[in-house]
Design a protein around this ligand. Structure first.
Ligand code: OOG
Ligand code: MG
Length: 263
């Protein structure tokens, strides 16, 4: 049976723009993984048509901590746009979000076009720099619950990112301590080793996914490697800081109120 993907893409795009959550599609209109990525593409096309542009891609569920938190156990990928970039040390207005969360990540900046599957040994050669980063995720589904297909269709909950200082030193990337603080108190601690065993594997996975999709990623793109720990909910006034040992820190504060689950 053929499924009309456009209404789903439209509904997800509207949910993101209006900060009004949706019921999960998988519960009434099941679709498969390939269709989920088709919906993701169609919903991103609406943003591009409105002037947003791609700045790179993100991987999700690259750590067991994230898989356990969300009950989803497969790697996923989505797109980052210029409208999602938030300033390091800045203030994030929560009003345009439904139920935002923050998670500690590493962000890679690419140096060469990625147009074929890379090995882990080759990956560094394709990178310009790496930075501590925070991803802001905001599922467009009620209660932040979804199936694998639902979350892919929703561009993997992508909502924002904060990128800290760039470093060209990839030598201690394999096992660097990761700390996330909420209002100065430690809320999550982990290691970059939690990201697929080595965060460079995120770059490898990205190259494989791009090759499968027949897409090349231009030099100067960002790749968010996926969270090393579980995510924390953002509340009014919250201050979030992420520190990656040897790579420095990045942070932001929250103002306003997220829309919550209002109908
Ligand atoms: C999906 C996105 C997962 C990560 O870093 O693992 C993700 C979600 O948790 O809502 O961004
Ligand atoms: Mg993430």
């Amino acid at each position: 049976m053929s499924l009309d993907l456009e209404p789903i893409a439209h509904a997800l795009d509207q949910a993101a723009r209006t900060a009004r959550p949706l019921p999960q599609f998988s519960q009434h209109t099941p679709f498969d993984l390939a269709q989920a990525y088709d919906i993701q593409r169609a919903s991103m096309a609406r943003r591009y048509a409105d002037g947003e542009r791609t700045i790179g891609l993100k991987l999700g569920f690259t750590s067991r901590a994230k898989m356990a938190q969300m009950g989803v156990a497969s790697l996923i990928w989505g797109w980052l746009t210029d409208a999602m970039l938030e300033e390091d040390g800045g203030t994030l207005g929560l009003d345009r979000y439904i139920h935002p969360r923050a998670e500690p990540e590493l962000c890679f900046l690419t140096r060469r076009v990625i147009d074929r599957p890379l090995t882990q040994l080759e990956a560094v050669d394709y990178l310009e720099a790496v930075a501590p980063a925070i991803e802001i995720i905001d599922s467009r589904y009620e209660a932040f619950r979804f199936s694998l297909e639902d979350v892919i269709a929703d561009n993997c909950s992508s909502a924002g990112l904060v990128v800290g200082p760039w470093s060209r030193d990839f030598s201690t990337l394999a096992n660097a301590g990761v700390l996330m603080r909420l209002d100065g108190a430690l809320v999550e601690a982990g290691s970059t080793a939690a990201i697929l065993g080595h965060p460079l594997r995120s770059v490898v996975q990205a190259s494989l996914l791009l090759a499968q999709a027949g897409i090349s990623l231009p030099a100067g793109s960002l790749i968010m490697a996926g969270a090393a720990t579980a995510a924390v909910a953002l509340s009014p006034g919250a201050h979030i800081q992420v520190e990656i040992a040897g790579y420095g820190e990045c942070a932001f504060s929250c103002s306003g109120h997220s829309r919550g689950e209002r109908p």
